[in-house]
Design a protein around this ligand. Structure first.
Ligand SMILES: [Zn+2]
Length: 81
């Protein structure tokens, strides 16, 4: 890690702004209508424990992921993440 110069702060600020922007986009994004039935609470907990969750079309994705077809994980769809 190098500290010094204004560049460091510039880069950091920019990264934070991009993070906020992505979160904002995700909150306001219209996801495609789920193809699959929503998981129940137990299934959701298993998914979070495994680190692999189902997307709303049945694909396997990361908990905060979106499958190649554009369907989000159930955790995103349900507003948990
Ligand atoms: Zn898919």
């Amino acid at each position: 890690m190098h500290y010094g110069g204004t560049n460091h702060y510039g880069v950091t600020l920019e990264s934070v702004n991009i993070g906020v922007y992505i979160m904002h986009e995700r909150k306001n994004r219209q996801w495609p209508k789920p193809v699959d039935e929503p998981p129940n609470d137990d299934e959701l907990q298993d998914m979070m424990f495994d680190g692999v969750v189902e997307a709303t079309d049945g694909c396997e994705v990361e908990p905060d992921g979106v499958c190649p077809h554009g369907y989000p994980s159930w955790l995103i769809q349900l507003g948990i993440l």
